[in-house]
Design a protein around this ligand. Sequence first.
Ligand code: UDX
Length: 443
Amino acid sequence: MKTAIVGTGYVGLVTGTCFAEMGLNVVCVDIDKNKIDKLKDGIIPIYEPGLEELVKKNYSDGRLSFTTDLASCINDVDIIFSAVGTPPDEDGSADLKYVLDVARTIGKNMTRYVLVVTKSTVPVGTAALVRSTIQKELDKRGLEIEFDVASNPEFLKEGNAVNDFMHPDRVVVGVESEKAKKLLSKLYKPFMINNFRIIFMDVPSAEMTKYAANAMLATRISFMNNIASLCEAVGADINMVRAGIGSDTRIGKSFLYAGCGYGGSCFPKDVKALIKTASEHHVDLEILKAVEKVNAEQKKILFRKLSDYYHGDLAGKTVGVWGLSFKPETDDMREAPSLVLIHSLLQAGCKVKAYDPIAMNEAHRILGNHEAIVFTDDMYDAVLDSDALLLVTEWKQFRLPSWSVMKKLMRTPYILDGRNIYDADELTQMGFVYECIGRAYNR
Ligand code: UDX
């Protein structure tokens, strides 16, 4: 069985590489020649643990190949996955330009049966649009060729993408025919060990499942952030509340961590897109509107706490910021809470010393050169002569810093922990002022 994956972003590259690792013959396609050339040289465009090794290995073993020419491989493969980008339009809806470009190319060039599977996160109804786009091209050519469309949304998380793909909780597949179901069952057969589950359903339900999953997870986070604010007000501790509610199996332990807001390429975009789709169908997704609003406020929380601590007078203060990517183990800065924070700090006249283990180049690219920002090479340099340390992203290397060294380096020993990873008692005993999210303080 031979497969083409169109789009070598996070989803496409991980999908293609992992299928190849499972013994399938995979060609990865992208219109970006530079990207494809680099991939052939074993240079991967993203930071994703374990991916580079797998790309190199499968490429040199000949199971994985790269091309910019989709047209030339359409008739060599049985299944084409479309994993191209769906950037948000100005109004929040997903832009389907690239998805439909792929469909047009397939319709223009196919000469035999092919199964076209959408892996990108696309609104309900997109598979039908892909079908009609391909059909239109076939009609123009006066051809009657059988084909299928299917939806196979991807649930992998950045930073754990390879592992998530290899050991998924479940695979969701929306199909329209028995033939497509058989092909996709065969494709996923090598993964069928232990508790692996493939859930077949109709296409619109599969498309909806992806949005509903992300929206539910985003809701849990905003809910916990909201409850965290109340915990601060009434003298409760969100960490204890989390442990208390997470042990109810109906609720579960995951995605209950209060913090400084969710970011990334998926949650913000998908929540927005789902609200938009709903409004087009005259359904008011009030809950999700609140989820978005709470998240936008949460991204401002560290700045607000810092400002309260200094009674609104932040001009001239030096602030160390640890963790710039939207979450650990990635260099992705999209919708990162650190960006909202740094902009506010700069606006308030602070000097920012920023450090991230991996995302420094990306942060520099996005934030640009600014005389009030220093990107430090070392995490301790970021706190030198600082009036506060703000922990934004919980990278492992920030978990156990040498507090005695920190105490000497900082001008004011004030730690603001946006991810609740430090021990309040330990820090207080050492003479730090420690604040986190969802816990009352006695200043
Ligand atoms: C998410 C989904 O988890 C994944 O299934 C989907 O395919 C893509 O979107 P990802 O964006 O890679 O994956 O990140 P994820 O690990 O889910 O974290 C998203 C955001 O939520 C991060 O900003 C993270 O810091 C935040 N988060 C997560 C919390 O604030 N609290 C939590 O308890 C969990």
